[in-house]
Write a protein that binds this ligand. Structure first.
Ligand SMILES: Cc1cc2nc3c(=O)[nH]c(=O)nc-3n(C[C@H](O)[C@H](O)[C@H](O)COP(=O)(O)O)c2cc1C
Ligand code: SF4
Length: 475
């Protein structure tokens, strides 16, 4: 299966025709406005904070901390780039584990007591870079993403899963080597973990972050709890049980870290896990009754936003105004999470035109934004739009379908795209992310992440050669 490459669509009409062929009705503006009155330059207000424009940097880890959970020069370079991007909202920087067993890899950062100063220095790097280029950080809002990787924890060795799970899963257990109830977190384990999240939130506040994201996405623990329908006890079953983890963290933070704002990044829909089928094209593991997808319609392949909408209402009731929408998981259905033309080495060929995946995320976000106008909603999944990202971004903001445009992979290849768009410069085409997925393939094979094909800094690193060989092996 092959799909027309976005780079081959030479003008607006060609892009529109392509959308039409796919039956997609994405909003897309022909011209992107520049200057202070431009829609993407409009400010937002989040409580007592100002956010100076409509671009947001999504959290992206680089698998490049040390074993004590401290940042390296590569981490610092990435955070400086985030500050130099021109975006005025920094959603979390990257996933930072609240304790050692919650790391997704042995190089993930950790917010332990001993690490507060180093994590604070990352924020300084970012803010200094922003100040140097844009002259002020008054309207820059910086948060930190807090995580426990749950089922996808690999805290000690990159090749050794050490899952801690919310419930036994008929399809995912075997993927991470779960054979019995040993990795199940008990209610008292979760009580302890809530305390660990609260302690990490207090440290994030000491490190000067304006908000923490209590991560509920991508198959990690917070997200898995949202689909713990079958889990007995106080953290599972009905909506109240499945959201208790979040509610208790929020209550604890209000008591222990007054003044710290809270955001939640949530996978607003999920599908069945996928695997490579014939010709390595992705196929769902099940097409029957699949009840473990939060925001799914029980077929494993469709969306029902009833519960995610209720979840967003709960966030409002809890006084949370910052929400970042995403979908699925990079481990078991990456095509719905980060639509790409080329799969990572452990992935599968896209079963649909990746634009369909982009539109799915954008539509779900628009629907939720319309139902919850009081929230500041940051969207994700824009990078595959490539040259058309600014045009769709502006149209999404103008139609009230989203408040802020979250950028992931694009920032690894072209970190200051927001600054260029806001200044009305044409995009530098050779820096536009073409979704080659090397930034995912590298860490899946034990290497640090980065944009090896397009960022000259990573192009020159020795890992590039190994990635080229892996690409040959995978055809
Ligand atoms: C290398 C890499 C690292 C990522 N790390 C995180 C992370 O730490 N936390 C998180 O919530 N999402 C993470 N993501 C997902 C992105 O934030 C984003 O949702 C995804 O890339 C889709 O957006 P895009 O189309 O702009 O790339 C990561 C993605 C990539 C490519
Ligand atoms: S490696 Fe670079 S071009 Fe490829 S998906 Fe990642 S950021 Fe985009």
């Amino acid at each position: 299966m092959s799909f027309p490459k976005i780079a081959s669509l030479k003008d607006y009409a060609a892009f529109l025709t392509h959308l039409e062929t796919l039956g997609l009705d994405l909003p897309v503006d022909e011209q992107v406005t520049q200057g202070p009155a431009a829609p993407l330059a409009a400010g937002l207000v989040a409580g007592s904070y100002k956010i100076g424009n409509r671009f947001c940097i999504l959290p992206m880890e680089g698998w490049d901390g040390d074993h004590a959970g401290l940042p390296s020069d590569l981490t610092r370079r990435r955070w400086r780039n985030f500050g130099d991007s021109g975006a005025k909202l920094i959603w979390g920087g990257e996933a930072v584990a609240v304790r050692p067993d919650g790391r997704a890899n042995p190089n993930q950062l950790m917010l332990l007591e001993a690490n507060i100063g180093a994590i604070e220095s990352l924020r300084h790097e970012l803010e200094n870079a922003h100040q140097e280029r844009f002259g002020s950080t008054d309207d820059l809002l910086v948060g930190l993403q807090l995580t426990h990787s749950g089922r996808f924890a690999r805290p000690n060795a990159k090749t050794t899963p050490e899952p801690r799970i919310a419930y036994r899963h008929p399809l995912l257990d075997r993927r991470v080597g779960v054979e019995d109830d040993g990795p199940l977190l008990s209610d008292s384990d979760l009580d302890q973990l809530i305390d660990d999240f609260i302690a990490a939130g207090v440290r994030a506040q000491q490190a000067g972050f304006a908000f923490v994201d209590v991560k509920h996405c991508h198959g990690y623990l917070g997200h898995e709890l949202l689909s713990a329908y079958d889990r007995p006890g106080k953290y599972g079953g009905d909506f109240t049980g499945r959201t208790r983890f979040l509610r208790e963290i929020v209550a604890g933070l209000a008591a222990e870290a007054p003044g710290l704002s809270i955001g939640v990044r949530v996978s607003v829909f999920d599908f069945s896990p996928y695997h490579p089928g014939a010709d390595r094209i992705g196929e769902p593991d099940t097409t029957g009754d699949y009840r473990y997808a939060f925001g799914g319609d029980t077929t494993g392949l469709g969306i029902d936003l009833t519960e995610p909408s209720r979840f967003l209402r709960l966030l409002s009731e809890l006084g949370i105004s910052l929400v970042c929408t995403t979908a699925g998981s990079p481990y078991y259905n990456p095509h719905i999470q980060r639509p790409a033309a080329f799969p990572p080495s452990d992935g599968y060929q896209p079963p649909e035109d990746p634009l369909v995946g982009v539109a799915r995320q954008l539509h779900a976000t628009a629907q939720l934004k319309q139902q919850h106008p009081e929230l500041i909603v940051v969207g994700s999944g824009y990078s595959y739009l490539q040259d058309w990202l600014p045009n769709v971004a502006q149209a999404m903001v103008l139609t009230g379908s989203v408040d802020s445009i979250g950028l992931g992979r694009m920032v690894l290849s072209y970190h200051d795209l927001p600054a260029d768009v806001l200044q009305g410069k044409s995009l530098t085409r050779k820096r536009v992310c073409r979704t080659f997925s090397d930034c995912t393939t590298a860490p899946r094979n034990g290497m640090v992440s980065g944009c090896y094909p397009l960022d000259p800094f990573y192009k020159d690193r020795p890992e590039r050669q190994r990635l080229l060989e892996l690409a040959k092996t995978n055809g």
